[in-house]
Design a binder for this molecule. Structure first.
Ligand code: RIB
Length: 283
């Protein structure tokens, strides 16, 4: 058949453009793509896997040089992504990884970041900890739960299952799940939320219940959004660089197209706990 050359397009699928974490990822990808002569084609799935698959199918028409996929489902679309690879496009999954995907990936140290946050709370004397997870269809959320549990295990702290509530990475979910956690007896003295938006929701829930952060309840988030500095109290959060996630992914694609033949790149970017006012020692 006719072999058509690839265009200079990199397709990027993100899961929720209204979450302030993702514009940073897009900016990193776009800056790096542009510098390398590529143009970014952005698709927003709104956490709707059917929409994600529609985009994945239709992007084929544009003969992209590469794809950056932040999947909204734990299974992703490894078969379709593989078809792209066979057709000569470079594909990289970022942030959330389908376990069946065997190609390039870029993520943050989700487990370690969550561990560090939890250990910090434990070192300050907290024993009754609660966690609000992201949706269990996200590998990054699962890794954060594992980090939380590892810190508890090492400190020989056991918590009953209802102290870990499954949320879904949005503010209203943080609000609802913090409300649930704070009605438990004994009440948790600290809450670790798997992202900042949920932590913001938790701060509002604490206030609405007539409690105080950090005097009654400490809160830690994950992402270290710019907003974390601005909320009251300023939010302690695990920093991960969305910009770097996107930049490393786009660079990987540029390198692949230039002939990088490594079987597989697995980039795991560092996290760092940013200390602010939303945490106090346990009484
Ligand atoms: O804020 C949303 C979360 O989902 C982030 O922590 C990031 O990891 C993304 O997947």
């Amino acid at each position: 058949g006719l072999r058509r050359d690839k265009t200079n397009i990199i397709g990027m699928i993100i899961s929720d453009i209204s979450n302030p974490f993702f514009p940073a990822v897009v900016k990193g990808a776009e800056d790096t793509a542009f510098k390398n002569g590529y143009r970014l084609f952005l698709c927003n799935s709104d956490n709707d896997f059917a929409k994600e698959e529609t985009y994945l199918h239709e992007l084929q028409t544009y003969l992209p040089s590469g794809l950056i996929i932040m999947t909204s489902n734990i299974n992703g679309s490894p078969a379709l992504a593989d078809a792209y690879r066979k057709a000569g496009s470079a594909v990289v999954y970022v942030d959330r990884l389908p376990p069946l995907w065997t190609g390039d990936t870029v993520t943050s140290m989700n487990e370690q970041g969550a561990y560090d946050a939890t250990k910090y709370l434990i070192d300050l004397g907290h024993r009754r900890l609660g966690m609000i997870t992201g949706s269990s269809t996200r590998t990054n959320s699962d890794e954060r739960v594992q980090g939380f549990r590892r810190a508890l295990r090492e400190a020989k702290i056991t918590i009953s299952p209802e102290y870990v509530q499954e949320g879904y990475f949005e503010k209203q979910s943080g609000y609802a799940n913090a409300t649930t956690l704070l009605k438990l007896l004994p009440r948790p003295t600290a809450i670790f939320a798997a992202n900042d938006l949920m932590a913001f929701g938790a701060l509002t829930a604490i206030r609405d219940m007539g409690l105080r952060c950090p005097e009654d309840v400490s809160v830690i988030g994950f992402d270290n959004l710019d907003l974390a500095e601005i909320v009251t109290p300023a939010l302690t959060s695990v920093d991960q660089s969305g910009y770097q996630l996107g930049a490393v992914a786009a660079q990987l694609i540029a390198d692949r197209i230039r002939g990088d033949k490594e079987p597989k790149h697995t980039h795991v970017l560092p996290t760092a706990l940013k200390l602010r006012a939303s945490v106090a020692p346990a009484l």
